[in-house]
Design a binder for this molecule. Structure first.
Ligand code: CO8
Length: 260
C-alpha cells in the first residue's frame, strides 16, 4: 500500500478491472478485529483511487467463513467507551464500502455472522455460496449489532423479518437468505460468479456506473421529490462525458462501444 503500511489480514488482488479484497484471518474464521478493520479501510482507500479498478469484490479466506463476526476475544474486555469507538470504526469502514463510487460485490463464501453479515449488507450486491449461513447472533452475546445491522438489515428485508433475525440471534442458510431478499443469488462457485458480474459491469460506461451507484445510494436517503431531482442532475452530467457520446454513437453504428 502507499506509504509502505504493512498489511497482513487483507489480501488485495487486482485483475481485469476488478479489485478483490480477501479478509484473511483463517484461524479466527476471518473475524474482524481493530487491526483488520484498519487494514480494510486502507485497502478501500487504495482501490477507490486506483484507476485500474472499476469494481470491488469482498470475500473471505478459505471456504468455511466469509466473516464470522467482530472478534469476540478482542471485544470481551472492552469498556463501554472502547466498544463505542470500535463500533464507530466499523461504521466508518462499512460506510466507505457503501458510499465508494465503485460497485462493491460481496462474495459470501461461508459464515456471514454478526459483523460479517453487516459487512455483506454494506456491499451493493450479495452473492452467496450454497453452504453460506447468515445471522446476527449478537443478542446471545449480550450485545446489539454495532456495525449497522439494526439499520441495514430491516431496510433490506423489511422490519418483521429483520427483527426476527436480530431478536432470535438465529442463523439462516443461503437459500433462505435468498428467499427473503438478503442475497441476490446462491451459486456453487461464488467468487467466480462475482467475478463474472464484475466483468459485465466493467464493459459498461465507468462514468454511468459510478453515477448510477451514487444516485441509488444517496437517493435512497432522500425524499422522493429530491431524489428524482438528484437523478435528473446525474442524468444530465452523463451528457458532459465522452462516454455518452461513444455509447450512443456505437449504437447507431451497430457496434460494441469502447469506453476508456
Ligand atoms: N471472534 C473471534 N474468534 C472467532 C469468531 C469470532 N467472531 N468466530 C470464530 N472464531 C474462532 C473460534 O474461537 C475458533 O478459534 P480456536 O480454534 O482458537 O478456538 C476458530 O475461530 C474456529 O471456530 P469454531 O471452532 O467455533 O468453529 P465451528 O465450526 O465449531 O463454529 C461458528 C463456527 C458457528 C461460526 C462459530 O465459530 C461461532 O459461532 N462464531 C461466533 C459467531 C458470532 O457470534 N459472531 C458475532 C460476533 S459479535 C459481532 O459481530 C458484533 C459486531 C458489532 C460489534 C460492535 C462493536 C462493539
Amino acid at each position: 500500500l502507499p506509504g509502505g503500511d504493512e498489511v497482513n489480514n487483507i489480501l488485495i488482488e487486482i485483475k481485469d478491472g476488478t479489485g478483490i479484497l480477501t479478509i484473511h484471518r483463517p484461524h479466527a474464521l476471518n473475524a474482524l478485529n481493530r487491526q483488520t478493520l484498519e487494514e480494510l479501510k486502507m485497502a478501500l482507500v487504495e482501490l477507490r483511487s486506483n484507476e485500474q479498478v472499476q469494481v470491488i469484490i469482498i470475500t473471505g479466506s478459505g471456504d468455511k467463513a466469509f466473516v464470522a463476526g467482530a472478534d469476540i476475544r478482542e471485544m470481551e474486555g472492552m469498556t463501554p467507551e472502547e466498544a463505542k469507538r470500535f463500533a464507530l470504526l466499523g461504521d466508518e469502514v462499512f460506510t466507505m464500502v457503501e458510499t465508494t463510487d465503485k460497485p462493491v460485490i460481496a462474495a459470501v463464501n461461508g459464515f456471514a455472522l454478526g459483523g460479517g453479515c453487516e459487512l455483506a449488507l454494506a456491499c451493493d450486491i450479495r452473492y452467496a455460496a450454497e453452504h453460506a449461513r447468515f445471522g446476527q447472533p449478537e443478542v446471545g452475546l449480550g450485545i446489539t449489532p454495532g456495525f449497522g445491522g439494526t439499520q441495514r438489515l430491516p431496510r433490506l428485508v423489511g422490519k418483521g423479518l429483520g427483527l426476527e433475525l436480530l431478536l432470535s440471534g438465529g442463523t439462516i442458510p443461503a437459500e433462505e437468505a435468498w428467499r427473503i431478499g438478503l442475497v441476490n443469488k446462491v451459486v456453487p462457485y461464488v467468487l467466480e460468479e462475482a467475478e463474472k458480474l464484475a466483468q459485465c459491469i466493467c464493459t459498461k460506461s465507468p462514468f454511468a456506473v459510478k453515477q448510477t451507484k451514487q444516485l441509488v445510494v444517496h437517493g435512497l436517503n432522500m425524499d422522493m421529490a429530491r431524489a428524482l431531482r438528484f437523478e435528473a442532475e446525474g442524468f444530465g452530467l452523463c451528457f458532459s462525458s465522452g462516454e455518452q457520446k461513444e455509447g450512443m454513437k456505437a449504437f447507431g453504428e451497430k457496434r460494441v462501444p469502447s469506453f476508456k
